[in-house]
Design a protein around this ligand. Structure first.
Ligand SMILES: *Cc1c(COP(=O)(O)O)cnc(C)c1O
Length: 502
């Protein structure tokens, strides 16, 4: 911090001696930071009070931003003012208390503030010397994370962009280790000529796990699919059948928190048999792994700590701003073999110090540890547990309220924080897809709350995700009523179903 008196003195010194330039360098256009903070605070106040989403479309936004490539520069203040003016109508209220689309956390103000400082400090989080504070905060926050999630304290953690990349990092470690045990060094020699790796995966796995398989040369299609039950959980009998056929290196991919049902795989049943067979068990727990941090819900993920690796997100249930996921690996050596980068100009980690770039694909990257540290400090163990419990309880309440309306059916029991509703007219099931999509469209248009559509077992449903710390019991009630009102309007006069924002 530069005191005002010092700043005044410096300005006087600079005057008359290229003073404008020096002064320009000292203030550096810094007024824009306060300007952005004011605009951000105004927006947050509005979205918390109103909770309605802005409704401008992508096409509206393209029209607002379109223009020729700027030939000359501009003033920071004007640029930020223009950005706020143009973008605001197209900002979805995903930080507001009545947003239930996809699985999106609320970007808690404390996490956002830490993230602003992260950007302002501009640290390159790639090594200990370039970023001592960031590296230390990461090391500490990773320990807290393992503690909250009930995972082995000796596991390694990489701070990545989200669960997609976390799945990729964990499966890279898995691929390397199962091949190493078969006498093959995939990090050095690649996959050509390597023993084939069998991949077992639940039939209701998340799309991003297949992306990871694609990036890793394991092939999205080259998998043995394990049958699932009505909630999308792997059936242990089919898992055992698949396991019995495994010969050589193999990876099994399970999940905590199915995207539509919120249900978790039966880890207690599958993890011991995977281990007996030497099969690496990975868990995609983008949001569902957080049940572990909540004593009243932890039974849903019982046995998950027996796995070999776990992917989860900060930007979903921990409420950090976006660009925050965690790749967690039991065997830290396998994690490092898959990811570590070495070069003469990069400092070798001193002794046993944690090298922040050894667990992620990138070298230069955002110092993601600050927001994680700040959010865990903000909530504490009890706050995380309360938030997870509250989201789950509100999901059950909303589901009950909506499903009490004739023609609205809760598709699966509410396991966690996700649920699905299907709408059906008296005429029968035939028009269910159209009626459901039309109801979703009406809810989005009415703007009281935001829900999205999804497909489950070949049918369209309205999917609701309660993942924000900002949602209160009143918000949940108003949102359920908004859905009921929309459905009543659709039932009274079903219109042309147009595509809702998916
Ligand atoms: C959201 C999600 C992902 C992908 O996570 P990103 O943070 O969007 O990269 C993967 N798996 C599950 C189960 C998810 O819910």
């Amino acid at each position: 911090m530069v005191s005002r008196a010092t700043a005044r003195k410096r300005r006087r010194r600079g005057a008359g001696d290229g003073g404008d330039r020096v002064q320009g360098r000292q203030s550096g256009g810094l007024e824009v930071l306060a300007q952005a903070a004011a605009a951000a605070e105004a927006y947050r106040r509005e979205v918390m009070a109103e909770a309605r989403t802005h409704t401008a479309s992508y096409a509206d936004m393209l029209a607002a931003f379109a223009g020729p490539t700027p030939e000359t520069g501009g003033s920071g203040g004007d640029i930020i003012a223009e950005l706020v003016r143009k973008a605001t109508p197209g900002i979805r209220a995903s930080t507001g208390p009545r947003f239930f689309g996809w699985v999106i956390g609320g970007s808690h103000p404390t996490g956002v503030a830490a993230d602003w400082l992260t950007a302002a400090w501009g640290q390159n989080a790639g090594n200990l010397i370039a970023a001592p504070a960031s590296s230390a905060v990461e090391a500490v926050a990773c320990g807290w994370l393992l503690d909250l999630l009930g995972l082995p304290s000796t596991a390694s953690v990489g701070l990545v962009t989200g669960a997609t990349v976390a799945n990729f990092v964990c499966l890279a470690a898995a691929r390397g280790e199962v091949l190493r045990r078969a006498g093959w060094d995939v990090e050095a020699d690649g996959l050509f000529g390597a023993p084939p790796v069998t991949v077992l995966i639940g039939a209701d796995a998340h799309a991003t796990v297949y992306s990871a398989l694609k990036y890793l040369g394991l092939g999205a299609r080259r998998v043995r699919t394990v049958a699932t039950d009505a909630l999308g959980r792997m059936r242990p009998d089919d898992f055992d059948r698949a396991l019995a056929q495994v010969e050589g290196p193999a990876i099994a991919i399970a999940q905590a928190g199915q995207i539509n049902t919120g249900a978790s795989d039966p880890f207690e049943a599958i993890a011991p048999s995977a281990r007996d067979k030497g099969v690496w068990l990975h868990v995609d727990g983008a949001f569902g792994l957080w049940a572990q941090a909540c004593p009243t819900r932890a039974h849903l993920t019982r046995g998950v700590a027996l796995a070999d690796s776990w992917a989860t997100d900060g930007h979903k249930w921990l409420q950090t701003p976006y660009d925050c996921g965690y790749a967690i690996v039991r065997d830290a050596e396998a994690h490092r073999r898959a990811m570590a980068i070495s070069a003469s100009y990069l400092p070798p980690p001193e002794g046993s110090e944690r090298d922040p770039s050894a667990y992620v694909p990138e070298l230069s990257r955002r110092a993601r540890g600050f927001a994680t540290w700040a959010m865990i400090r903000q909530l504490g163990r009890s706050g995380v547990a309360d938030m997870v419990e509250r989201c789950c309880a509100l999901a059950a309440e909303m589901a009950g309220r909506i499903a009490a309306e004739p023609g609205a059916r809760l598709v699966c029991p509410v396991e966690l924080n996700q649920f699905m509703i299907r709408f059906r007219g008296e005429a029968g099931a035939g028009a269910g897809d159209d009626l459901t999509l039309e109801t979703v469209r009406r809810v989005q248009q009415d703007g009281v709350a935001f829900m999205g559509p999804a497909q489950w077992r070949g049918e369209w449903v309205m999917r609701v995700s309660v993942t924000s710390a900002a949602t209160t019991a009143t918000d949940a009630r108003l949102s359920a009523e908004a859905v009921v009102d929309a459905w009543r309007a659709v039932r009274a006069s079903p219109g042309e179903a147009t595509e809702p924002a998916a």
